[in-house]
Design a protein around this ligand. Structure first.
Ligand code: XIL
Length: 330
């Protein structure tokens, strides 16, 4: 007994030190997680997957669980890439944030062409039951609805809102709860990082959902940010947490206006520390997910052509100053 105890005492500091040197290891020590987005194609690169295995505790499917990938034509489901992602996670002990059940984007045209509220309701319920049902018990949290608001705080005029009004959100959460009762169910959106109509509208909606007894557990703040514009993150994250729900930073990246300089990379280090420490310091913030590993694979290149280098590893999979900033923020 004495011998075993001595061994345990000797081993403990070593284990702690080893874990504290990775993003997720340090996050876990604080009761949180640190994750990244990826998918089958990226996982087939060993530079990429080795970093994920070492540094991250959670993965989000960058595209493989979206409607166009999972139900490209009505009631014809394809789960190949989603299955790959989930089995990678299970093999390597990572949790999965499911992304996403109902979203206006990457939505097949057969869904946007629906004109009957009754049809759309059963289509949504079937999609959610099938997708969330397939991965039942394997998903830590689902982004049940994504990006339902315009910047001015009005509801986005998606086919879902047009035909069903705000009730489409209730329908989606109830269907998700029925399909996977153990997953945390989140509403997810971007530009919740500063004060304004959008975050006000989201907080008001959460209050209405809570008062109607809708099973909602968390708010995801995507946090696709711009260099030097991160000062509002902590206060807004706190406002989201004050709803009583859990909060998560779900798609963090901090893009640099071209051209990239050493000074800007140093600013990015500070910015990552600021954003990550906002989550660390808020009890109800459960974790942070960055939207990819290497700058070379980021969606920013094609989406925001005048910006670059938004992630923690550079084009050659070398750690950037931003990595040091993120680690320091945990
Ligand atoms: C992006 C992916 O990163 C790209 O590969 C894809 O072409 C478009 O979608 N908000 C979201 C994510 O919720 O799903 C988006 O991901 C980025 C913005």
């Amino acid at each position: 007994m004495k011998y075993i105890l001595t061994l345990a005492l000797l081993a403990a500091p070593f284990v702690t030190a080893q874990h504290a040197s990775t993003l997720d290891g340090k996050a876990k020590a604080k009761g949180k997680y640190f994750g990244t987005a990826t998918d089958a194609g990226l996982l087939s690169s060993s530079s990429n997957s080795n970093i994920i295995k070492t540094e991250f505790g959670q993965v989000s499917p960058e595209n493989s669980m979206k409607w166009d990938a999972t139900e490209p034509s009505q009631n014809s489901f394809s789960f190949g890439n989603a299955d790959t992602l989930v089995s990678f996670a299970q093999t390597n002990g990572k949790t999965v944030r499911g992304h996403t059940l109902v979203w206006h984007s990457q939505l097949p045209s057969w869904v946007s062409a629906i004109t009957s509220a009754t049809t759309l309701t059963s289509v949504m319920q079937n999609h959610i039951a099938t997708l969330a049902g397939r991965f039942k018990g394997k998903i830590y949290a689902w982004d049940v609805v994504n990006e339902v608001f315009e910047e001015n705080g009005t509801f986005r005029n998606s086919v879902f809102y047009k035909l069903l009004g705000e009730q489409f959100i209730d329908i989606a959460f109830k269907a998700a709860a029925a399909a996977d009762p153990s997953a945390k169910l989140c509403i997810n959106d971007y530009n919740l990082d500063g004060p304004g109509s959008k975050i006000d509208a989201l907080i008001a909606l959460v209050g209405r959902l809570q008062s109607r007894g809708v099973p909602i557990h968390c708010i995801g703040s995507q946090s696709h940010l711009i260099l030097g514009q991160v000062g509002g993150v902590k206060a807004q994250l706190q406002r989201l947490a004050d709803t009583g729900l859990d909060v998560m930073i779900t798609e963090l990246d901090i893009r640099i206006p071209l051209s990239v300089t050493t000074a800007k990379l140093a600013q990015q280090q500070t910015d990552f520390q600021t954003v990550v420490s906002a989550c660390t310091s808020i009890t109800k913030c459960l974790g942070v997910t960055v939207w990819g590993v290497s700058d070379k694979d980021s969606w920013v290149d094609s989406t925001f052509p005048t910006y670059d280098s938004p992630l923690l590893w550079d084009d050659n999979f070398a750690k950037k100053p931003a990595y040091t900033g993120a680690l320091a923020g945990i």
